[in-house]
Design a protein around this ligand. Structure first.
Ligand code: PRX
Length: 646
């Protein structure tokens, strides 16, 4: 396949942190002599007790273990805060921009962030939180969300951040899964001019999970919300009279740092567990190299802290590097489609990191929204969450970046902790749509269905052949699931569940998920999760959910629903089911299409033939492939005939 190539400019080649030659040398060393490479790279972190062992890992079933820097100790919050105070305590750590541009913004220096984190950490302790306890955080995009995370890290508590767009039901399940006794939230969040009823959602979730003994609520919008006597206190009450110093807990490198729930092929989201030392090194290193981040840069990651991108590239990586972080509460289209670019100009942002779905949504509104702003401060652009289509890439490069900012198309996953395959701005010629080359220490391989390693230009399943420091360490509360999910498909390797192509230049092109995961606007949704929600409805007998192409979201959610006998699938029920799924999981899981189906295509052994359902959803029914195993071929004709016009 021909594709355009954008070489590294002369300017970049001269000034980059990592140029092409340095990349080649360091990459080789990271693979051939990981011990030396990581021993040096890990010096970016302040260790309380220095490690002597670097890497002790095996992906083999009989001897499966992953340990990095294991005899070292550290505190990641201290790395993010304390060590910056002496030299640049007055540097802005967070520049917070509210949803509504007419409201006041907030700027917290590193010293203020340190003090607020310590106060809240002391507040957590006063409320009984101890090292190893799980703390659920369900917050809007406000500085206190980052403060709550850092406060947990400071005292060794394990945070579990739940995206504020999840429903009470989803929140409750996640509280239950990690057995957390405390929830941190806000009265409400603001989003695109609307209010998100966070405290009301927490109350509803806790109706069924009464073991939660403490809710700490930040007053943010000032809404009048009920407080439950003995259980609920305000943030201000939690920090009142607390000291602005709090001794950081000495953590072993492999002590848990956080749990983050994500979707996989099976029904129940899994709690991805990350530990401290390796994750610290990995997020700090990748944040610096992928974005060519320099001290004093204004950096803006427009993700939400509820996702891994927010954890690694709003909180831990940037703060470890002393970055000035823009944090935005709102959405790209409110009050109008210029909002992102106005923020870039307002704070003179140098590095912008966002998702293809946001770019596509803005692109279709026309260039004038961009062109009326200057954006001349921008130096590097980042992309994350899903494959970026070349059209959106070109728009980002030429229109947003004025043709002078390299694009870091960062491929990675919740499980990988940080960037795995990405161009480095001064090292790699860019090809629109390709995540290009592996990060230091990452050994990608492409394998066929039998696990044979393919050489040269090829396409197949993307696996990683050896461990890297930021790798997840387990599925919380389910030891076996970790090995089974990621290491049993291809022996001795981590299976990413992504398909991938490698071209003649050794560039990697991610082709998308190979499992039953749908990537909606860069958010992972398990089809089984949505199916489980649908069949909980009393009028639904059976449901099958597949991905469909979507111009803005990348993928949309297409649901085939069979109603119980005697119930007709009409417009009212369709609307009701969409509402139902939003209530069960959250607005991010809103079905785009509900097609009622008298029955679903099945093999004679009763297995739903998803391949066919996908083809119909994609409106690509000219070649349905092998249909000889269908129990009843008429079912398919009926589905095609009744496919809604989209
Ligand atoms: O399919 C890949 C896609 O997002 C999946 C991981 O989703 P999640 O764990 O929610 O993490 C999102 C933020 C890292 C991957 O399996 N993906 C993510 N980034 C890219 C991507 N696909 C192509 N190109 C990317 N840059």
């Amino acid at each position: 396949m021909e594709s355009k190539v954008y070489p590294v400019s002369d300017e970049w080649a001269q000034d980059a942190l990592i140029d092409a030659e340095t990349y080649a040398r360091k990459y080789r060393q990271s693979i051939e002599d990981p011990d030396t490479f990581w021993r040096e790279e890990a010096q970016r972190i302040d260790w309380i007790k220095p490690f002597t062992k670097v890497k002790d890992t095996s992906f083999d079933k009989d001897d499966f273990h992953i340990r990095w820097f294991e005899d070292g100790t550290l505190n990641l919050a201290a790395n993010c805060l304390d060590r910056h105070l002496a030299d640049h305590g007055d540097r802005p750590a967070i520049i917070w921009e509210p949803d509504d541009p007419s409201h006041d913004n907030r700027i917290l220096t590193y010293r203020q962030l340190y003090e607020e984190t310590c106060r809240f950490a002391n507040g957590l302790k006063a409320n009984g939180v101890k090292k190893g306890d799980r703390v659920t955080i369900y917050m809007p995009m406000v500085p206190e969300a980052a403060i709550a995370m850092l406060a947990c890290a400071r005292i060794g508590a394990v945070h579990s951040v739940i995206f504020a767009g999840f429903s009470p039901e989803a929140l409750g399940n996640r509280i239950e899964d990690c057995d957390s006794d405390i929830v941190i939230t806000a009265d409400e969040g603001h989003r695109g001019g609307r209010k998100v009823p966070l405290k009301a959602n927490v109350d509803e979730a806790l109706d069924h999970h009464a073991h939660v003994s403490r809710v700490i609520m930040l007053r943010h919008t000032g809404a009048d919300v009920p407080m439950k006597e003995g259980r609920d206190i305000t943030w201000d009450e939690a920090v009142a009279d607390q000291s602005t110093d709090c001794e950081p807990e000495e953590m072993a490198a492999e002590d848990p740092l956080f749990i983050l729930y994500t979707s996989g092929s099976t029904g129940k989201p899994k709690g991805v567990l990350h530990t401290t030392g390796g994750y610290a090194v990995w997020t700090s290193m990748t944040h610096e190299y992928s974005f060519d981040h320099r001290p004093g840069d204004v950096y803006w990651c427009a993700a939400d802290i509820g996702w891994i991108t927010g954890h690694s590239y709003i909180v831990y990586g940037p703060f470890a590097n002393g970055a000035t972080n823009v944090m935005f509460e709102g959405t790209p289209n409110y009050p109008d489609f210029s909002r992102f670019w106005q923020i870039v100009d307002k704070y003179r942002v140098n590095i912008l990191y966002t998702a293809p779905t946001a770019l596509r949504a803005l692109m279709r509104e026309g260039n004038e929204w961009v062109e009326k702003t200057s954006r001349d401060s921008l130096r590097v652009l980042g992309s994350v969450g899903e494959p970026i289509n070349p059209e959106a890439w070109e728009w980002y490069y030429h229109i947003v970046g004025n043709g002078k900012c390299p694009i870091a198309d960062t491929w990675w996953q919740t499980e990988t902790g940080g960037h795995m395959i990405t161009p480095l701005p001064g090292a790699h010629a860019l090809k629109p749509g390709s995540a290009t080359k592996p990060m230091f220490g990452v050994k990608p391989e492409i394998v066929d269905t039998d696990g044979n390693r393919l050489e040269g230009p090829c396409e197949g399943a993307l696996v990683i052949a050896d461990s890297w420091p930021g790798q997840m360490r387990g599925v919380y509360g389910d030891e076996e699931r970790f090995f089974l999910t990621y290491f049993s498909t291809f022996k001795g390797r981590y299976f990413t569940s992504d398909g991938c192509r490698r071209d003649e230049d050794g560039y990697y092109w991610i082709t998308g998920r190979m499992d039953d995961v749908i990537n909606v606007s860069g958010h992972r949704m398990g089809t089984a999760e949505i199916e489980s929600a649908l069949v909980l409805h009393e009028k639904v007998a059976e449901a099958a959910v597949v991905a469909m192409p979507h111009d803005v979201k990348g993928q949309g959610i297409y649901c085939y629903v069979t109603t119980i006998a005697g119930v007709e699938g009409d417009e009212d029920l369709r609307k009701e089911l969409i509402k139902w799924v939003r209530h069960e999981i959250g607005p991010i899981a809103s079905p785009d299409v509900v097609q009622f189906a008298p029955s679903l295509p099945k093999t004679r052994s009763g297995k739903i033939m998803r391949r066919i359902l996908r083809k119909i959803a994609e409106n690509d029914t000219s070649n349905l492939g092998d249909t000889s195993t269908l129990a009843d071929p008429e079912v398919v004709d009926n589905l095609i005939a009744n496919r809604p016009d989209l």
